[in-house]
Write a protein that binds this ligand. Sequence first.
Ligand code: N01
Length: 530
Amino acid sequence: MADLDVAVIGAGFAGVYAVHAFRSAGLTVRAFEAGSGIGGTWFWNCYPGARCDVESKDYSYSFSPELEQDWSWSERYPAQPEVLRYLNHVAGRFGLWPDIQLDTRVTAAAWDARRSQWSVTTDDGQQRTARFLISAVGCLSAYQVPSLPGLETFAGRWYHTSRWPRDGVDFTGQRVGVIGTGSTGIQIAPEIAAVAEHLYVFQRTANFAVPNRNAPLDPDWERAFKADYRSYRKQAQESFLGVPITGTGRPALAEPPAEIQRTLMERWQAGGGMPFLGAYTDVLVDRAANEIVAEFMRDRIRETVTDPAVAGQLLPRAYPVGAKRLCQSDDYFAMFNRPNVTLADIRSAPVTAVSARGLHTAESYYELDALVFATGFDAISGALNRIDIRGAGGAALSDAWAAGPRTYLGVVPAGFPNLFVVTGPGSPSVFSNMVLSIEQHVEWIRDCVLHAVGRGHATVEAKPSAEDAWMAHVTEVAYATLFPLADSWYVGANIPGKPRVFTPYLGGVGPYRARCDAVAAAGYEGFVLG
Ligand code: N01
């Protein structure tokens, strides 16, 4: 008999909710978390400026109407410490701590076909057995530091944003380099510029960013909004992104140019990426429509950055807007007007080496006291591939995913009985409000497990043919859009040698939920219950 009904890897939003959901269903469950606290990405990414780009009213659990009413967010977009406080509140409120084991990294998991259970190994040398194994490792947790020649000789300190020192870093009076201008780099750079003697931003690809227009939440607004929270959540579940967005419902290409400018400006002033990109129906599928929106955004950079040469370098041209995750910032572009900030283009003059006192590019040398890598993640599959997971017949998950990660329905990889991946490859995951998608996945997995257990089944397996068909559908939907045109982490292009495969599901949160529900209603079609 297994030690546990359910073992969960990770205690971020997904792991915390999985503990609650399975325990409430009467199963024994334990989450193993590598960090010394819960929160996952929100635990590790405690760099200055870290803030969610989904509004707090959306980026919060909906499973408890009481929690939803009692908790008050202070800002429209929550900063990292507040998200972490929220998760700790949830763990305390629902009594989840006894089933969460911190400071414990899962290093391996092997399927024992004879006993129909997983054997889970952790870095404290312990082994636990569980009937079901749930990956809640997150899509953006395996961070990557580029291998720069000479980094080990650097006499200053260097940091990756996703392993930020918990007691902070004081950059006062220092010359600091930031490599990376994605969502993270754009958030941290203005914070460093405010205190450093000089900040050098090393940019490989210029990025689009919309304003947040972040602000404190007005208590009267909050009261009025919360009065109808339930029906808002329902709309979110049925929406495309997991956040109800009102677009014009029209294609940009059919709209008079002046009207487009008026609509985009209105949304620009209101802030937020989803309503901005969602204004017109063709922006993410038609290159010409996309270019209209891209040029609108370039105009905003031109009017913000006073030095035309610097503005020119900041204009994004390498990919269609939205095909990489749209960044959000209220102060990134204006930061380049500060006398203590220099933009260095490392596309035309790549980094060649790091030495004791600084960084060398093909054209220049920059003396630095500290270096910050905001260089992102081996996304979607990286965290699971770093665990030695062995399924039926001892097959390694990393081998099964060698040509790109695969699952049936975004949740179960074929060949790995009783393994479920929350917001896995082939699910809307990073193209949605993650908290809402996490809840949907955890509840679907719980119901599937209860269905199997209740009928005396020991195993749940995805049919390889169902996995093939699902991944073909995921690919077909993706290639009807502009997303695959960008060298993004969505396709693994940021990791040298990673196969270029587009795995997030772009079919929409509402339709995806309906599909998952239909599979369950049909007796878990595409699965073998053994
Ligand atoms: O990572 P990224 P991130 N040499 O991969 C550059 C979420 N998130 O941590 O574009 C030089 O997007 C790379 O350059 P290029 C959000 O989903 C959310 O910023 O590959 N440069 C790029 O500029 C986001 O999308 C929030 O040419 C190198 C940057 O590093 C995801 O996390 C906040 C390099 C990496 O950008 C990841 O964001 C933060 C190299 N060898 C993150 N390797 C919010 O909620 C990489 N780069 C707001």
